[in-house]
Design a protein around this ligand. Structure first.
Ligand SMILES: NC(=O)c1ccc[n+]([C@@H]2O[C@H](COP(=O)([O-])OP(=O)(O)OC[C@H]3O[C@@H](n4cnc5c(N)ncnc54)[C@H](O)[C@@H]3O)[C@@H](O)[C@H]2O)c1
Length: 340
């Protein structure tokens, strides 16, 4: 049996347990416990745990890891950290200090580069949730580029949504910590372009704006972009808006890849609960290929990480991968501060 302990039972913690429910029989998953200082979130999570058919008799629900560890030896469990970004390091360290050897951490690896480097230095095997790497869309694009021997010139990623209400209600915000726009959707975008084009040689440009609300603003939380120079002259422009880009309130997550020989590959990641995504390929403006996918990238990521842990394999999306993304975000944040 694979025992999982969830640390952070908010929006994304509840998304993770739904994925674990899909993997329960295949990987023999047991949610051994969950912790959250917020009683309301903890209760909602406990209710979901029971509704999804997990064994409720032995599971523990506590306000913090040390309370949980008084009743449960967590050293053989996988600890899944899904807290606000500024708690990733302290929670991972606490779990390691309690004897855990395998940790999953939600993206971004940490809220800043210093914490990301500290996480990289922790013992044990760490996997960071870079779910868009495990998306059928990314995988298909990567294979297509490789098989067709395409040379990429330019990539544009746009991940946008309207999270004004959620941000106002405190999503991802803890005490005085507010996530920068570069740490919400952009880590996914940097992960994908770095996977397809290798990690960039240079951060060319970055900008960001505040989130504008009816009665105020949230600093550096509205929209922004990071431009990267990759190898062989390829460039990527990675834009994210969290306040309803072009008045679209629905989520919008795309990758557009422009290659030599007038080939364009457009990938549309799922944004609805049916998890439907697609890819369109054009040559000389003519549509030459069209694919539809059911793309459950979060479940695929958790499955991959658990298998790596079980087979003692180093994951592709390890702490080193997550730290490199934080290096880019750190440089981008400095540039945006300087030039905006
Ligand atoms: N991979 C993805 O697609 C994706 C999507 C959304 C969020 N995320 C990431 O998930 C993480 C959580 O985001 P969210 O949207 O669920 O935020 P949230 O605010 O909805 O939930 C965070 C929860 O963590 C709890 N918490 C705070 N400190 C804690 C601690 N020390 N120990 C245990 N619990 C603690 C809070 O009480 C809250 O319930 C963030 O790192 C975010 O970047 C990833």
């Amino acid at each position: 049996m694979v025992d999982i302990i969830i640390v952070g039972c908010g929006t994304q913690g509840q998304a993770h347990i739904r994925c674990y429910a899909k993997l329960k029989d295949m990987l023999n998953i047991n949610i051994a416990g969950a912790v959250d200082p917020d009683e309301k979130q903890l209760n909602a999570f406990q209710h979901l745990h029971s509704k999804l058919g997990f064994d409720t008799r032995r599971a523990l629900f506590k306000n913090n890891l040390s309370e949980l560890s008084k009743e449960l030896d967590i050293s053989n469990s996988i600890v899944d950290v899904i807290t606000p970004n500024n708690c990733h390091y302290s929670c991972a360290k606490e779990a390691i200090d309690m004897g855990t050897k395998r940790i999953i951490i939600e993206k971004p690896l940490a809220h800043d580069l210093s914490d990301a480097k500290n996480i990289e230095k922790l013992g044990g095997v760490i996997g960071v949730i870079e779910n868009y790497l495990f998306s059928s869309i990314t995988q298909h694009i990567q294979k297509f580029i490789e098989e067709q021997k395409l040379k990429t010139i330019f990539v544009k990623t746009e991940f946008s949504k309207n999270r004004r209400i959620e941000s106002l209600e405190g999503r991802g915000i803890f005490e005085d910590y507010i996530p920068h726009v570069f740490t919400i959707e952009i880590p996914h975008q940097i992960a994908v372009v770095s996977y397809l084009l290798e990690f960039p040689k240079n951060v060319c440009d970055a900008w960001c704006h505040d989130m504008i609300l009816p009665d105020g603003r949230i600093s550096s939380h509205g929209e922004g972009a990071i431009t990267l120079a990759h190898k062989d002259g390829a460039t990527s422009y990675n834009f994210s808006c969290l306040q309803g880009y072009q008045h679209l309130s629905i989520k919008y997550r795309t990758i557009r890849i422009y290659c030599e020989d007038a080939i364009k590959i457009f990938g549309y990641y799922p944004t609805t609960i049916d998890l439907e995504g697609s890819i369109l390929v054009y040559r000389d403006q003519d549509l030459i290929e069209k694919h539809r996918f059911i793309d459950d990238s979060m479940t695929e990521t958790l499955k991959y990480l658990i298998k790596c842990f079980m087979e003692n394999k180093k994951p592709l999306n390890d702490a080193n991968f997550g730290r490199k993304i934080m290096e880019i975000i750190n440089t981008g944040t400095v540039l945006a501060k300087k030039f905006c």
